[in-house]
Design a protein around this ligand. Structure first.
Ligand SMILES: Nc1ncnc2c1ncn2[C@@H]1O[C@H](COP(=O)(O)OP(=O)(O)OP(=O)(O)O)[C@@H](O)[C@H]1O
Ligand SMILES: [Mg+2]
Length: 222
């Protein structure tokens, strides 16, 4: 499976979700690669730290690639069962070309109004990519917005539901499970870890497991 994690907004959790998706997919036993297209190289550094400090955990290889990533990814897909691509926080050639080759697109977003507004343009990019995919005989990319850094307060669900409506009106699907703001997501990434690698925060483990299971399952419910 080729999973693209991208948005045009910075600091929304792309690298965090990409790292967790890569580890989750690696836990299935297939060789897994995390591709970093971001000049900040957060994901490549995280993967290098994982190989250095946590050699016994589910392994994640990494590569830095920029520009049109299609031919490199096609070639790498011959050696890797799963590829997760962390696309930096901007409209880029990597993001647009990634949409033409990936099976899944995960778009992390906060529930804040300004963040939601940036999704309008992402939705247009997805639509353009799907038109191009259709003309090449490919299935559409399965794109889902996932709310990140939400609050675990009962009345926050009203905000989540309202945001979901706004995004669906833009033509994008929304993951049914949000990711709550928890310090363990930040803490766990030290030395290449994830919440899957320790039993310190069960809630985070189960939450991320639920989110990724829904986003990465082979057959999507209609
Ligand atoms: N659900 C969460 N709860 C708490 N902290 C989080 C959560 N998701 C991400 N973070 C933290 O927020 C910060 C930004 O996350 P991250 O680096 O994954 O975002 P990004 O979208 O990749 O940013 P950039 O645009 O700079 O590449 C990091 O310190 C990360 O550990
Ligand atoms: Mg990042």
């Amino acid at each position: 499976m080729i999973v693209l994690v991208g948005s045009e907004k910075g600091g929304v959790g792309k690298s965090t979700i990409a790292a967790h998706a890569a580890v989750r997919l690696s836990m299935t036993g297939k060789p897994t690669l995390l591709v970093d297209t971001d000049p900040q190289t957060t994901s490549a550094s995280w993967a290098a730290a994982r190989r250095l400090h946590q050699p016994d955990l589910a392994p994640v290889d990494s590569r830095k690639i920029t520009g049109d990533i299609r031919s490199s990814i096609k070639e790498l897909a011959q050696s890797y069962g799963h590829i997760v691509i962390d696309c930096g926080g901007a409209d880029s050639v990597a993001l647009r070309s990634g949409m033409l080759i990936a099976n899944r697109l995960i778009i992390p977003s906060r529930v804040a109004r300004r963040d939601l507004e940036t999704l309008r343009h992402v939705s247009a990019l997805v639509q353009t990519a799907n038109e191009q995919r259709q003309s090449s005989g490919l299935n559409p990319i399965l794109a889902r917005v996932v709310f990140n850094m939400t609050r675990a307060l009962p009345n926050f669900w009203t905000r989540i539901d309202a945001a979901k409506e706004v995004i669906e009106a833009m033509g994008l699907g929304v993951s049914q499970y949000p990711i709550v703001d928890r310090v363990s997501y930040d803490d766990s990434q030290h030395e290449g870890g994830t919440v899957f690698d320790s039993s310190a925060d069960h809630k985070a483990y189960e939450e991320m497991q639920r989110v990724l299971q829904a986003l990465l399952r082979k057959k999507q419910p209609e």
